[in-house]
Write a protein that binds this ligand. Structure first.
Ligand code: AMP
Length: 146
């Protein structure tokens, strides 16, 4: 049973289960932190992709580092949210995968990340792959093979 499960998962590609770019909330380089926080709070996500003006993937930005960045000695200095930019806080080290990355490789990436960005060969952003989508597919495959 395990080998059938593994074979089915091996055949899947990231493109089969990713959320396409047009449905993904994102922010852009140059946006003030105020805008990024608004997108994060309004979307309800703790982290979203950061793109450049050409729609190329640059990293991710999360709520907690934004709030830490504007924390003063005694209070959150909220006025700094409009002075500082996304690039002052974003995580530039987040890995990405491509649409034809196989599923088993993608699983390894989402062990440490709630989602991973999907890019084409020129680094244009095409979507995200979430832990939820991966777990749903693994769950489906287990019962298909039962
Ligand atoms: P999930 O596995 O569905 O809980 O999603 C994991 C993470 O992926 C979320 O916490 C968000 O950071 C990100 N995410 C999921 N869906 C979207 C979306 N439509 N737009 C932006 N980020 C998303």
């Amino acid at each position: 049973m395990l080998s059938t499960l593994k074979k089915r998962l091996e055949e899947l590609k990231v493109s089969d289960i990713m959320i396409p770019a047009e449905k993904v909330a994102h922010v852009q380089l140059g946006n003030p932190l105020e805008h990024a926080l608004l997108v994060l709070v309004e979307s309800g996500y703790s982290s979203v992709p950061v793109l450049d003006l050409d729609f190329k993937y640059q990293g991710t930005i999360a709520k907690t580092p934004i709030l830490k960045n504007v924390m003063g000695m005694e209070r959150y200095e909220m006025e700094k949210l409009s002075e500082r930019k996304v690039e002052d806080v974003m995580n530039k080290e987040q890995p990405s995968v491509t649409s034809d990355t196989d599923f088993l490789t993608a699983i390894k990436v989402v062990i440490d990340n709630a989602f991973v960005c999907v890019v084409d060969e020129q680094n244009y952003f095409v979507g995200i792959l979430t832990r939820r989508a991966i777990l749903k597919e693994v769950n489906k495959s287990i019962y298909m093979n039962a």
